[in-house]
Design a protein around this ligand. Sequence first.
Ligand SMILES: *Cc1c(COP(=O)(O)O)cnc(C)c1O
Length: 370
Amino acid sequence: MSMVKERSGVQKIAPYQAARSLESVKREFGLDQIIKLAGNENRLGCSSRVAGILEEQKSQFSFYPDSNCTVLRERLSSIHNVEPDHLVFGNGSFELIALIAHAYLETGEEAVIPDPSFGWYRNVTLQMNGKPVMVPLKEFAIDTDEILRLISGQTKIIWICNPNNPTGTVLKEEQLRDFIKKVPDHILVVLDEAYIDFVEEPYFDTTELIKQHKNVILLRTFSKLYGLASFRIGYGIGDPELIEKINKVRSPLSVSFPAQKAAEVSLEDEDFKKLVLDNNRKSLDLYYSELKRLGLDYVRSNGNFILIRTGADGEAVEKAFLQNGIIIRNASEFGLDGWIRVSVGTFEENKKVIRVMESFTQERKRQEES
Ligand SMILES: *Cc1c(COP(=O)(O)O)cnc(C)c1O
């Protein structure tokens, strides 16, 4: 046993459960093709311009990246109509979420976290010896009234995943605006907007919120719509005073040069974005009609994933999918027993998911009847 003691905050963190690797699933089930629909990654890949820019810029690979992300900063500043100093870049939103906790959360302070939601908010809170205050969802949506009720003298950060992962619900504009107005302005409200581009109905421009409220920060990522998850790049938008504190704790070179270039060209590829959003819309519609036909419950999604009620033991469902070469997420890990979360795939992949669901459901019925 090692005599070296970790910080007390680290003791409370459960070891990170990585999704199963493609290789281990291939070996265990003797498959040569696997469809991974467990990480909400973009199954259409990324813009074809990415490969081109990397080839073109390869002579730069031996240099350290621009820590300021100057070109990307200028592009996003004009896209979002905010000054360049309102932006902070990170090694994916994962890093930005950790940095926000590192910059703002004191030992013993409370972070309010809807549950279930993105698991990393709780982890970073514990890292800082903060106190997670978990707030159950109400009908799969974030319960803003309950959050307001639980604000205490110790509350420092409120994490809002909008649309929420893993349920796919989005807050109505009025509800969100009203909630933010009611949060005292010494409490930081983080709006994690990883899936904002996938919202079903036209949504308002949330960057307005950071202009009206100096305690609000938005997080965006290139991992989902743009399909750049392996590059690790995301950004925050907020008041320069907030952004400055996050920059102080940021590792200066955390956003690689390839990631910056890939992001820059991806922003310009409107055709790819449209392709992804069209596929997402059609795919979700397919799920809605087919799940209805199968008599299975689901939550309407504003993300690139869907939460489905199988009613069966999550591990059994997970295994049935693995045997068919598909990795999905057993939602028991989010406290939703009997549910699975499936990322939107290509249209063909979604059809395969439905076929597996159909035969699993029929098999189960047969067993129940015999
Ligand atoms: C996928 C996801 C992210 C993105 O993380 P990156 O580190 O940018 O890849 C952030 N928040 C939520 C809720 C997500 O689901």
